[in-house]
Design a protein. Structure first.
Length: 482
């Protein structure tokens, strides 16, 4: 059962989310550190001022008593003050001057006996203290007097909290603006970066569905563009490989079909003559001899076809050929000598340069190619048609040219003479002096030439003969891949 996967966000938005999230996380961390630092600096400054005020007040109380201090406060009224002052006498009496303005004094701290007992335990170092109603936070310092009384000096932390709120607000605003700007920037940049990647994904999916022509745009940043170009190159090779495979399969099917067709006729003839003999229809010795002769001829024809098919199969498989120094001129001499023995009356001429023409190749295959070219002239030219075999060096290649003075070929016929199973019997007269082939002789010549990094060509003019050329590079480094 196929599993369904939840759709994923595009790469550009995932990258944007990660980067913006990281920036916001850093901003929060920096903000937290800044808040702690600001609070610490404000608190340290307030603590120093509180200690100074507390020391001054305790010193003043050494000179004047609480009643005189209260009289001074009553006489001067409640002036604006930053600090709140509370004196708790040993007998429990309280003198309190709150911070703030006379019209809007800050809420008082809790100076009940229970609260005073707690304050007495916190004497010495500054600490945070809530007002009695809980609406205000103070920084307070408690100093214990020699007579058992307490002096409490407080200062509101509104300034500190305001500074903290300001910093937090600035950081939030800066984080929001940074998040928006970074989101836009990263979205645009990541879009440029990931667009080819998305295109690669689309191409891979299209190829998976069978579209081998799909390609990736090569625009974008350098590294991604290089990756896209490399992917396109790989896809080109993949498409060619599939195309070659399809062509090879088509060629194989056609090859099998043609081979079956070519073998069907001689096989049917053999079976027919054998059936005639078996049923006694070939009664006389002459008829039996004729049937056996036809069976032998058709068997020889099948043997020739099978041999040619096996040769082509070996060449198609790319089996390693020998690559030894071979004198093409000597191969031509031997081939012409054998051809002269087969047709003693045919005018044959050989042209070979002094010193020979040496190539790196397979002597047996090259000899077969030259023999096939000469066999082609025997099959398609009159017995009195002259044939010239010329060996020469041309532009770094060893060239074997077989020129006949036969009937020649039409251009449309010449274009297909190296095709497999192609016979131009209607355009070129067969002499009938050898078994009829299957149209594979010249195809074998072309395959041998390609196996040596060369090629086979033909030039022909109707009524003026034909020239077949086998061209092999003399330098192995000049060979092309077949």
């Amino acid at each position: 059962m196929r599993r369904l996967h939840a759709p994923r966000l595009p790469n550009r938005w995932r990258i944007t989310g990660w980067i913006v999230g990281s920036v916001l996380l850093v901003t929060v961390g920096v903000g937290a550190v800044a808040v702690v630092q600001v609070k610490g600096r404000f608190t340290a400054q307030i603590d120093a001022e509180l200690r100074e005020q507390s020391t001054s007040l305790v010193t003043a109380l050494d000179v004047i008593d609480e009643e005189q201090l209260e009289q001074i406060a009553d006489a001067s009224g409640f002036a604006d003050t930053t600090y709140g002052i509370a004196v708790v006498r040993a007998d429990g009496g309280v003198f309190d001057v709150p911070s703030g303005s006379p019209n809007e004094p800050d809420p008082p701290v809790d100076l009940s006996p229970a609260a005073v007992s707690r304050l007495r335990g916190q004497a010495g170092d500054p600490f945070d203290l809530r007002s009695a109603d809980g609406s205000e936070t103070y920084r307070a310092i408690v100093t214990q007097l020699d007579d058992g009384g307490l002096v409490v000096v407080t200062r509101s932390l509104r300034d500190r909290e305001e500074a903290v709120r300001t910093i937090v607000g600035v950081l939030v605003l800066a984080g929001a603006v940074a998040a928006v700007l970074i989101s836009v920037t990263v979205a645009v940049v990541s879009g440029l970066v990931t667009k080819p990647l998305d295109a690669m994904i689309d191409a891979a999916e299209a190829i998976g569905e069978g579209d081998l022509t799909s390609r990736v745009p090569t625009d974008g940043v350098e590294d991604v563009a290089r990756l896209a170009a490399a992917l396109n190159s790989m896809l080109d090779r993949l498409e060619r490989a599939f195309a070659d495979r399809a062509a090879s399969e088509d060629a194989l099917r056609q090859f099998v079909a043609d081979a079956s067709h070519e073998l069907r006729t001689p096989l049917a003839a053999v079976l027919g003559y054998a059936e005639l003999h078996q049923e006694g229809m070939a009664g006389s010795p002459e008829q039996v001899e004729s049937a056996m002769a036809r069976i032998r001829a058709e068997g020889e024809r099948m043997r020739l076809i099978v041999d040619e098919l096996l040769t082509l199969a070996r060449l198609d498989e790319g089996r390693a050929m020998e690559h030894l120094e071979v004198d093409v001129g000597e191969i031509a001499r031997l081939a012409v000598a054998d051809a002269g023995a087969i047709e003693p009356t045919r005018p044959l001429r050989l042209e070979v340069p002094d010193g020979g023409v040496v190539v790196s190749g397979d002597a047996m295959s090259l000899r077969q190619a030259v023999d096939n070219l000469l066999a082609n002239t025997r099959a398609h030219t009159p017995i009195d048609a002259a044939v010239t075999v010329a060996v020469e060096r041309v532009d770094g290649h060893a060239s074997v040219r077989v020129t006949d003075e036969g009937p020649g070929m039409e251009p449309e016929v010449a274009a297909h003479v190296f095709d497999r199973f192609y016979r131009a019997d209607r355009s070129r007269a067969r002499t009938g002096r050898q078994p009829s082939g299957a149209g594979l002789g010249l195809a074998i010549v072309a395959a041998i030439a390609e196996g040596h990094g060369g090629r086979a060509t033909v030039e022909s003019t109707p009524g003026r003969g034909s020239t077949f050329t086998l061209s092999i590079p003399t330098d192995p480094a000049d060979r092309h891949e077949g």
